[in-house]
Ligand binder design. Sequence first.
Ligand code: TTP
Ligand code: MN
Ligand code: MN
Ligand code: MN
Length: 373
Amino acid sequence: QQDNESEDVFSVPNYACQRRTTLQNHNTVLTEALSILAENAELNEEDGRGIAFRRAEAVLKALPRAVRKLTELKGLPCLGEHSLRIIKDILEKGVSSEVEATKQSERYKALKLLTGIFGVGAKTADRWITMGIYNLQQLQSSGPTLNQAQQAGLEHYEDLNQPVTRAEADHIGEIVRRVVLCVLPGAQLTLIGGFRRGKPTGHDVDFLITHPEEGREVGLLPKVVSLLKSQGFLLYQKTTKNSYLESEDRPTQPSSNMDRFERCFSIFRLKSHQESAEVRGNGSESRPKSWRAVRVDLVVSPISQFAFALLGWTGSKLFERELRRWAGHEKAMSLSSHALYDTKQNSYLRAASEEEIFAHLDLEYIPPSERNA
Ligand code: TTP
Ligand code: MN
Ligand code: MN
Ligand code: MN
């Protein structure tokens, strides 16, 4: 009997960073439902609720087969009362009325649409909704002040909401690598973010730049940006200087993922590959646009922090958050995208690879393709 029961009950470790989570999972109806509620909470700046739904979603993503009955979930971590109620509704009725109502709600739809503008976060979207702005037309006509990022975001709204393909990411990688090498021979460019985890598409393309000789990367980014700009590749860019000081690090908020690397948030002007053929055959009327806008993030790390930067920028966001929670709660360590600090030994733990960081944390190594929590 006991054996029978344990066969039918799932078991997963508590932290997402202890689990192997691939892109595909066996419970997509459930995980997509919980993802809507998580997103809705995040858009409403209810961070605690957002995290709770994300953790529940991640537990279901890690299950080895589809859930058939609620009782199979007994003993699983991170499934709160609210998440279990959603799962129960879907298992019994095929849908959750709360999820359906959320998807239909004017506020959710407006928050999603407005935060889909590059440069617009939940706070701004909420303020605009209070002013009666629910769509792009109302935004254009009531004309609240837009900063430069938001102006660029609005101008390229359609392009930036088209998923970026892996082929486009690789194409941008070639352009950026050429420019980086021109500015600093020997520098290294690594594709990070969702594409490194094996996602076929993304909302942007993320790159990490370093140089094998410590210090050679200093001053690199402004030169790369101005060369890209002079070659007509940048529609928008905002570069932020490195503000990391080791003595100050000790991340005061281990839950925050903002780091202090020199970085550039940009909008790229990417020429379409099939451009010449299409334009030639088409005369002058309604020729298709020969380029598209793509969001690109560039981050620069000194080689001594490279492994931490790579781990911190590969994601997923929940995987990162869980790594930091594991470090803090289970190991009395503090992990950031710059360093790992051991509060018991009062010292930094060096690492030259992601494998070494997992080992310092007493975690089994999880490759990027299995960090899709
Ligand atoms: P994103 O590009 O936002 O996410 P993604 O690449 O996983 O997914 P998408 O396909 O939608 O682009 O962020 C990439 C990683 O970078 C993510 O793990 C969070 C991390 N990150 C930081 O560490 N610091 C930061 O300041 C930001 C903005 C992101
Ligand atoms: Mn599987
Ligand atoms: Mn990304
Ligand atoms: Mn990004």
